[in-house]
Ligand binder design. Structure first.
Ligand SMILES: [Mn+2]
Length: 295
């Protein structure tokens, strides 16, 4: 009865330069904490494996320190991790992943899917079919070879990929890194774990985007979650549970102030926000300055 934790799009090493230095640093810290939270969640839910569907790192050039901290943060979950290169951390001949290996930073229980193919987790009876990006952009569907990949019959068959499901997400016409919407069915996958879309999104019964665990933009719909995927046996429909893990909530407010009470209501809403809020507030309109006009 394999149970998985599905996550993606950590974008580690991203700098938040548009913010004040200390605020940006807090957002960076939150991303490391998110990995620790995921590891803890995998333990609490007795997961058999953690799958990271690409863009673990924001860039090939992240610091050695970031690399070490990422793998340190994973140590709380001693079971197998499978990490897939995405477009930001593609498995180039020389990449962030080859640097990690040279640094000796990758723990033994972390599997790096640097080449297309199957990673069999014997103990967990799991076959993970991997479609890593080996360049930043491709116009081929890298999950297409899944159709021809064999896996042991009694093993649960899981796909792991990073890109755009065609025809379902907005503005994806001719988009790079395409993925066929019916891939899970065509390749007889029990579940297809996807990354690249930063919000949590179900594509069909067996195909989901987990979204990023810690929001980092104002416009990612339903970001800040991880998915717990329970496949009772090979062929059974997966039970997928969305677990909120994000620390900061990002809001974008566009407010029009017309009368005095609009301002009062806005102040009330601002006071009601939790401390862990990132708010982009833009105001329009005009109000009198309360108490100034009484002469
Ligand atoms: Mn991506």
């Amino acid at each position: 009865m394999p149970k998985l934790l599905h996550t993606a799009d950590w974008q580690m090493g991203r700098a938040f330069t548009r913010f004040e230095t200390e605020d940006g640093a807090a957002l960076v810290e939150a991303r490391f904490e998110a990995i620790e939270t995921l590891a803890r969640l995998a333990n609490e839910n007795k997961c058999d494996a953690v799958l990271v569907a690409g863009d673990v790192f924001d860039a090939q050039t992240v610091s050695d320190r970031t690399i070490r901290r990422v793998f340190n943060a994973t140590t709380a979950f001693p079971g197998p991790w499978v990490m897939l290169p995405g477009n930001h951390d593609a498995a180039l001949a020389e990449s962030v992943w080859t640097r990690e290996r040279r640094l000796g930073a990758v723990p033994e229980n972390v599997n790096l899917a640097l080449e297309p193919g199957v990673i069999d987790l014997e103990l967990q009876k799991l076959s993970v079919l991997c479609a890593p990006l080996t360049q930043r952009n491709t116009y081929e569907d890298l999950t297409e070879p899944f159709n021809g990949l064999e896996s042991p019959e009694e093993f649960v068959r899981i796909g792991l990929a990073h890109g755009s499901v065609q025809g379902l997400l907005s503005d994806d016409i001719d988009s790079t890194n395409p993925i066929a919407p019916d891939r899970a069915k065509a390749s007889k996958l029990d579940y297809l774990a996807l990354g690249d879309w930063h919000g949590t999104k179900q594509i069909n019964e067996r195909t989901w985007y987990s979204g990023t665990p810690e929001p980092e933009r104002f416009r990612n719909n339903d970001a800040g979650n991880a998915l717990i995927v329970d496949v009772s046996e090979s062929g059974a429909a997966p039970a997928v549970t969305t677990i909120p893990v994000g620390r900061y909530q990002w809001h974008q407010w566009r407010e029009i102030l017309a009368v005095q009470s609009d301002l009062e209501q806005l102040l009330e809403r601002l006071n009601g926000l939790p401390e862990s809020t990132v708010l982009d507030l833009r105001l329009e309109g005009s109000v009198t300055l309360a108490g100034v006009h009484n002469y």
